[in-house]
Design a protein around this ligand. Structure first.
Ligand code: PGA
Length: 249
């Protein structure tokens, strides 16, 4: 039986890039997204630009979100931003557990789970990143590492997990210009899906992230278990991002 894919999702991760001036050009261009695009689309921008994104993108087909969320509700937590605050800025998405947060901010699987809960309780879709390092990849530990990360998500109640999206991002492919081989990514995606299905979560959307560009995106989207992409560098280039989003297959 051929699996019917859910609507493809193309999400930009601006990371710590941007300025009011540069953003205006990008956001203006993203307003042109219409029904002819074969996907849902969004951009996850730095916190200070959420308001700008909401001004430009309101009433457009492109949604917006953040790149992190506090697992706390409110209180004396300097530098933290709560789910309720993100909701006030109209965030639809929040990236959770990106490898750059796990690596540079010591985020653990437990932190990630708490952030997923915080997002869902504020009606924000958590886009949960999993993936292995180059060292783990080279020593054939990828499946084991990803399984552990996914199982940790699945310790949450299925009513919460079913509202999440997963993004498989091999750390060695992020920002490297060398994406994973699409067949390899498909194998990992299929494994992730099986684990979710085994726990009764049947409709999980699984994105691929790591050096997605206009010239390689088709090969990922053609894979049966790849439901879209989390795009870093190429989401900062309007033409590239729109080219990725307009791929039909
Ligand atoms: P990249 O980043 O597309 O620049 O590799 C992807 C990501 O980190 O989400």
């Amino acid at each position: 039986m051929i699996k019917k894919k859910s609507t493809r999702l193309i999400l930009g991760n601006w990371k710590m890039f941007g300025s009011f001036f540069d953003n205006a050009y990008l956001l203006n261009g993203l307003k042109s997204v219409d029904d002819s695009f074969y996907c849902d689309m969004g951009v996850c921008v730095p916190y200070p630009y959420l308001f700008q994104a909401s001004l430009f993108l309101q009433n457009s087909k492109c949604s917006w979100g953040a790149q992190d969320i506090s697992f706390r509700t409110s209180g004396p937590y300097t530098g933290e931003v709560s789910g309720a605050m993100l909701r006030e800025f109209g965030c639809k998405w929040v990236i959770v557990g990106h490898s750059e947060r796990r690596l540079f901010h010591g985020e653990t699987d437990l932190d990630v789970s708490k952030k997923i809960e915080a997002a869902v309780s504020n009606n924000i879709v958590p886009v949960v990143c999993v993936g292995e390092t180059l060292e783990q990849y080279e020593s054939n530990e990828s499946l084991q590492i990803i399984e552990k990360q996914v199982n940790s998500i699945l310790e949450l109640d299925s009513s919460i997990v079913s509202k999440a999206i997963v993004s498989y991002e091999p750390i060695w492919a992020i920002g490297s210009g060398c994406p994973a081989n699409p067949d390899y990514a498909q194998k990992i995606h299929s494994m992730i899906r099986e684990i979710f299905i085994g726990k009764g979560v049947n409709n999980i959307k699984i994105l691929y992230g790591g050096s997605v560009k206009p010239d390689n995106a088709f090969d990922f989207f053609a894979m049966p278990d790849i439901d879209g992409a989390l795009v870093g560098r190429s989401s900062l280039d309007l033409e590239d991002f729109l080219a990725i989003a307009s791929i039909k297959c």
